[in-house]
Design a protein around this ligand. Structure first.
Ligand SMILES: [Cu+2]
Length: 474
């Protein structure tokens, strides 16, 4: 499938320059075996056994791509191909990705590493890879037609450059981009700082746990398997690493761990990412580490389209803390659309009439949408429930971009196993009031700021709040 001839014509002078006496031409010509991974589990960090040492990251519901050292060059092999991704238990999507998964595996290197990436195209159409955020030779930037010819189906191209600055990066196609990103083609890239033994980076603190995930979005009709690629804004599945809650693994840490979370956004809208129970600092952006004087504590950080954010905090508070996008329609799965607001509308009479015609007819959201979470509703096959997730004391009523930070005193260093639900110390959980209810005292004054209404006959006006049903422009 792959000849030495095509390898040399693809890599050109770069390969010749890297060829050294100790490496035979045959060894240089051999393509590194691609490593595949199809399970959606969060894989343990890949501790480097070759190359310079670093503290590896943990990819949420993902993995890091192994490499081989070839005469001092780190060689990776990415295979662009159709994949089946389990987005949550019982719900599979037919996507495009790399090496068996969407998103593709995380690539981890060290500042100053010379990196060679072989990209084989097994898609039915041409592709390229753009190394989002990197400093590199212009011809390695991966924009089809501008920097290189597109990689045709069945062909392999070679990218080679030095990872010049430490930070958080992404990779994705820059050929038929709308289709290929809507189909799930993307991945993470971490360049760890190069440090002399025992030295500390002035702006990149060492952490105990370093999590990474991409924000991505899909438009898959309930019951269908393949995303609609023409969708511009009206996506119905808001995912982290192509997983939706309850399919997203919790971020498990030990109490007082220094924790870093890196988030990249390859959706078509912004996501205010919110952590409960802790304040964090944005310690890095697309451009690298944030200067110390420019950091301030926050509990929510907005990750705009195409951006990366790195947040750091100390996990001081034990518990199961919600961690999610703060756009409430992004913590729901498909079917969130085109459901009219029915709160306060008593339509029992109508329902009875309709049930005569359509026996399965269901009245939705008369008291709010929470019923949707508990309802054992007949869903089409291969559909994630709209809001679900059983917590220890009821339904969490969430979907989409939602997970938990689980902080435990007795979690072992380097152990990422889910410890189960938090056992609250006695007297620290909100509880039902069982005493009497006094009549509320109403405030009688006209108020210092309002206009006097004394001799003005006022008509009482009640305002009905109506949520827009369309989803254009979020
Ligand atoms: Cu969001």
């Amino acid at each position: 499938m792959f000849s030495r001839r095509s390898f040399f014509s693809g890599a050109g002078a770069i390969t010749a320059a890297a060829a050294a006496a100790s490496v035979s031409r045959a060894a240089m010509a051999a393509l590194p075996e691609p490593v595949m991974q199809t399970k959606p589990d969060t894989m343990p960090p890949l501790v480097p056994t070759t190359g310079r040492p670093y503290n590896p990251v943990v990819t949420l519901n993902g993995w890091t791509l192994p490499w081989r050292m070839n005469n001092g060059v780190k060689e990776f092999h990415l295979v662009a191909e159709p994949v089946v991704r389990e987005m949550s238990p019982g719900f599979k999507a037919h996507l495009w990705g790399y090496n068996g998964q969407s998103p593709g595996p995380t690539i981890e290197v060290v500042e100053g590493d010379r990196v060679r990436i072989f990209v084989t195209n097994k898609l039915p159409e041409h592709t390229t890879v753009h190394w989002h955020g990197q400093r590199l030779p212009n011809g390695m930037d991966g924009v089809a037609g501008l920097n290189q010819p597109a990689i045709q189906p069945g062909k392999t191209f070679v990218y080679e450059f030095v990872a010049r600055r430490p930070g958080t990066f992404m990779y994705h196609p820059h050929a038929d981009e709308m289709t290929q990103m809507a189909m799930g083609m993307m991945g993470f890239w971490i360049t760890h700082p190069a440090l002399a033994k025992g030295a500390k980076h002035p702006l990149i603190e060492e952490v105990d746990r370093d999590f990474v995930f991409l924000l991505n979005a899909y438009d898959i009709d309930p019951g269908a398997y393949t995303p609609k690629i023409m969708t511009m804004l009206d996506f119905n599945l808001w995912s982290w690493n192509s997983r939706v809650f309850p399919g997203i693994d919790p971020l498990v840490v030990r109490k007082n761990d220094k924790v870093r979370i890196r988030i990249g956004n390859l959706t078509m809208t912004n996501h205010p990412i919110h952590l409960h129970g802790h304040e964090f600092m944005v310690t890095g952006t697309d451009g690298g580490p944030t200067p110390k004087a420019a950091r301030w504590p926050e509990v929510t950080t907005d990750v705009a389209v195409g951006q990366m954010r790195q947040i750091d905090f100390v996990a001081e508070e034990e518990g199961d803390w919600a961690f999610h996008c703060h756009k409430s329609h992004h913590t729901m799965n498909a079917m969130g659309h085109d459901v009219p607001t029915m709160i306060g509308v008593d339509h029992r009479g109508i329902a009875k009439q309709i049930t005569k015609l359509i026996p399965d007819y269901m009245v939705m959201s008369e008291r709010g949408m929470a019923d949707m979470a508990e309802m054992e509703m007949p869903l089409p096959d291969n559909t994630a429930p709209m809001m679900t997730g059983d917590g220890p004391v009821g339904s969490v009523e969430m979907g989409g971009m939602f997970s938990m930070l689980k902080v435990r005193r007795d979690q072992k260093a380097g152990d990422y196993k889910d410890p189960g639900w938090y056992q609250h110390p006695k007297g620290t959980v909100a509880y039902e009031w069982s005493g009497s209810m006094p009549e509320p005292t109403r405030f009688q004054s006209d108020g210092g700021q309002s206009m006097p209404t004394k001799n003005m006959p006022m008509k009482e006006v009640e305002v009905q709040v109506r949520k827009p049903v369309g989803h254009t422009g979020h």
